[in-house]
Design a protein. Structure first.
Length: 144
């Protein structure tokens, strides 16, 4: 199974979701491929935000080798599920969908709740990590 995690810049939330889901899937022996992308192109080619990298590392997860990239239309063909962090990401990705099949692949990571962007508040990286981890565990339950 192939999963794509998407946020705005692909430096805070989606790299965390990518790393957390990959870690949890590996722990459970799931043969899943997880990646991440952003809806904005400001950080393409860069690594994740240092605060996301630090927070993940504190939980035994290394996201330092991830490279930020932009979401592309072909991702609808590549991935089975596309998880977005907030309603703006949801709207952006759905606006690129070519058909109902594409749209059915896209949903919020936390069901009906959003993952807030921690970029402007250093104290929010740990709570965001916890939210994403909980959401990833729920997704694993749903998909296995």
């Amino acid at each position: 199974m192939k999963l794509l995690m998407v946020c705005l810049g692909n430096i805070c939330r989606s790299p965390l979701a990518h790393g957390i889901m990959e870690h949890l899937a590996n722990e459970q022996g799931l043969d899943w491929e997880i990646e991440s992308a952003g809806t904005g192109d400001w950080h393409v080619g860069e690594g994740p935000d240092r605060r996301s990298t630090r927070t993940a590392r504190e939980h035994g997860i290394d996201i330092s080798k991830q490279v930020c990239r932009l979401f592309r239309i072909s991702d609808f063909d590549t991935y089975d599920h596309i998880f977005v962090m907030d309603k703006s990401n949801l709207s952006d990705i759905l606006s690129m969908a070519r058909n109902d099949e594409d749209r059915k692949k896209v949903r919020l990571l936390l069901g009906d709740k959003i993952v807030p962007d921690p970029y402007y508040d250093d104290t929010q990286f740990e709570p965001v990590f916890q939210m994403i981890e909980k959401g990833c565990k729920e997704i694993i339950k749903q998909l296995t």
